[in-house]
Design a protein around this ligand. Structure first.
Ligand SMILES: C[S@@+](CC[C@H](N)C(=O)[O-])C[C@H]1O[C@@H](n2cnc3c(N)ncnc32)[C@H](O)[C@@H]1O
Length: 292
């Protein structure tokens, strides 16, 4: 709930602290700026420019829920939570020290809620710009607070307020991540790499992940974040029926260029069940200090 995380939230632009007001119906800053809490339980915190993106629409979010609820990405979620534990261990943060976890582009909260479950004293800030995602995110776990905000703008968080940031298949704002991390904190990134969904690419006409993606990701973050270790490749086979394949394709923008009728016919022409490769890399970064 937002009460669990209000202490780390701040107004964008000038980073004033926020507190609960109106019997829990809004967050307010000392200068009187007020951010109403939506009836679904999330709060939108944007600067004067408002939200410049809409993120995933309701159809994509419901496809994501359907796909993830079938457990196809269990190996990915386990890997992210293990990396969050490694990050906390490196920082010397005990589970009972009430660490603050942040997930950016958190979607339905699949990864954040899994990590929170395995770290009993932790609280989680879930940020997503999509309103349909935020409605689900707000209820994905009792210790999550859901915030609608743009990952490419200043994050509505105080400096040095977060122990670990996780980003799974979502936007990465390296300078803001470095600002909000506590000293010793880390960023955990899960990102798809070439070969992901390989067996579906040709029959459905969707393009593969571009070569060199990991190198570019590390390079783009390099002014603010430094990798802790070599990326770890996680690869496993998924057995997918046509419904799961339709959900997988529906939850990403990879098939936007294909007319839905054409895509539907291509999916219907696939075997009833297929073995499809899931392939992603997990990386950990620390904020770059003056010395490195
Ligand atoms: C591929 S989904 C991943 C969701 C979640 N991490 C997961 O793996 O289940 C990308 C998410 O990033 C969100 N997103 C896209 N652009 C964003 C932005 N500028 N700021 C915040 N969230 C954004 C989308 O709404 C979507 O929920």
């Amino acid at each position: 709930m937002l009460t669990d995380i209000v202490d780390v939230l701040a107004t964008p632009g000038d980073f004033q602290p926020l507190s609960m007001a109106d019997d829990g119906l809004s967050l307010v800053a000392a200068d009187g700026r007020s951010f109403p809490i939506n009836e679904s339980g999330y709060v939108t915190i944007a600067g004067a420019e408002g939200l410049r993106y809409q993120g995933d629409d309701a159809e994509m979010i419901s496809a994501r829920e359907a796909f993830l609820s079938r457990g196809h990405y269990a190996t990915f979620v386990e890997a992210v939570t293990a990396a969050v534990h490694d990050a906390l261990d490196d920082a010397g943060v005990d589970d009972d020290a009430s660490p603050v976890l942040l997930e950016v582009g958190a979607g339905t909260g699949y990864y954040l809620s899994h990590s929170l479950d395995s770290i009993p004293g932790s609280t989680g800030v879930g940020i997503d710009v999509s309103l349909p995602a935020a409605s689900i995110l707000a209820h994905c776990h009792p210790r999550v607070g859901a915030v609608v905000a743009d990952a490419w703008a200043q994050l509505p968080l105080k400096d040095n307020s977060v122990d670990v940031i996780a980003v799974a298949f979502a936007p990465r704002n390296a300078s803001e991540f470095a600002r909000v991390l506590k000293p010793g904190g880390q960023v955990v990134v899960l990102t798809d790499v070439p070969g992901h969904l390989l067996e579906l690419r040709e029959p459905l006409g969707i393009t593969d992940v571009e070569e060199g993606k990991l190198e570019r990701l590390i390079d783009q973050a390099s002014s603010h974040l430094t990798p802790i270790a070599e990326p770890e490749i996680i690869e496993f086979p998924m057995t997918l029926d046509q419904q799961s394949i339709a959900a997988q394709i529906g939850m990403s923008p990879s098939a936007r260029h294909i007319h839905p009728d054409v895509l539907g016919r291509r999916i219907a022409a696939l075997p009833d069940h297929m073995t499809v490769t899931a392939r992603a890399a997990i990386l950990r970064f620390a904020a770059r200090s003056e010395e490195n």
